[in-house]
Design a binder for this molecule. Sequence first.
Ligand code: GLU
Length: 440
Amino acid sequence: MTVTRFAPSPTGYIHVGNLRTALMNWMIARKAGGTFILRIDDTDPERSKQEYVDAIKEDLEWLGLTWDKIETQSSRLDRYAEAADKLREMSRFYEAFETPTELDLKRKKQLNMGKPPVYDRAALKLTDDQTEALRAERGNGVWRFKLDHERINWTDGILGDLSIDASSVSDPVLIRGDGQVLYTIASVVDDTEMGVTHVVRGSDHVTNTATQIQIIEALGGTPPKFAHHSLLTGPQGESLSKRLGTLAIRDLRENGVEPMALLSLMARLGSSQPVELRASLDELVEGFEISQFGAAPTKFDVEDLGPLTHRHLGTLPFSEMADEIAALGVPAEIAPKFWDVMRENINTRAELGPWWDVLRDGATPLVENDDKEFVTQALNLLPAPPYSEDAWSTWTAEVKEATGRKGKGLFMPLRKALTGRQRGPEMADFVSLMQSKPKL
Ligand code: GLU
């Protein structure tokens, strides 16, 4: 049974980088007919906010990335305490009292001597009396997991065979001085107890994974299969870390990006498969293969979402838009035609409303100075609505006859007068939908 999870910390909105992680885990579960867990990593009570939990759910639902189960770390603190006790009993857990400044100093000294900045385990040498004295003076210390100094090996689903020397890594802090349980232990307890079989996350977690493998094994569990995807960069390869905040899923939604456009891009970006617009998540799941993703940083260009959204809208059948179009007030008799005429001419759904306003009320004509007289003359020749399918050709023939204009000089000013814009749908179709004459 395949079990995956997406484990965001509710300390902000999820962005395209998180989406990549969520999507890969979701697709692995769906492809295998397994279980996808949404796990809220909220062990930090100060930074975790309910509003972000709600927002994460809303964003995932909008994308169609539904979960089979939801788990919340803050309601499992007793489980983590139990695991910590177990590690203490095994002497794999020790209390350390260095302040951040002291640790920083140690690191600087090590770096100066050309050594890797690994925690020196000074706390392991403390006698009971010294520990008592430090605790009395500084309060509770942090709890570190004592790594076994051996190589940690695993076959990564994306990066291939990895081997990390545990002695090059500091013993990870699992519990803070104030008692706050940290992600590193909470995550392994959850992954083990929830039967998680596959963990996909960003390559910034590779070192974490090494330490987590030892913690899982110390606790008697079996490590899941790990895969670390590359991190996203901007289109020029520049770091996105500072800009990810502006690439929140909800902002993209606000800007009119369609879920299938975003999903089609993110499900293939950085893999050996080309990005192709797909109509459904099922189609994306079908071709998904985690091993086809590469280790190199993945370039992400938010501009790619515009054309994909445009193309996606062009493929949508009327049935999917009927309610939305009815809500704009488009009469049922012309609604299917309205969608047919508009769908290839919009970049976002939000553009439908303004187009309907123009059709219903008549455009405010866009007229160049040189065309003023011509447009006035032409509009005088335009009969009152309703307009038939031939209204445009009949009218333009009459205007041509009356003014002597032809070709672009005839059609462009008329388009701009009737639509109020430079570009848009076929004019014959447009005119047949017009409910009012333009207001000159
Ligand atoms: N809450 C962690 C994060 O957002 C989860 C990492 C993981 O997938 O284990 O980085």
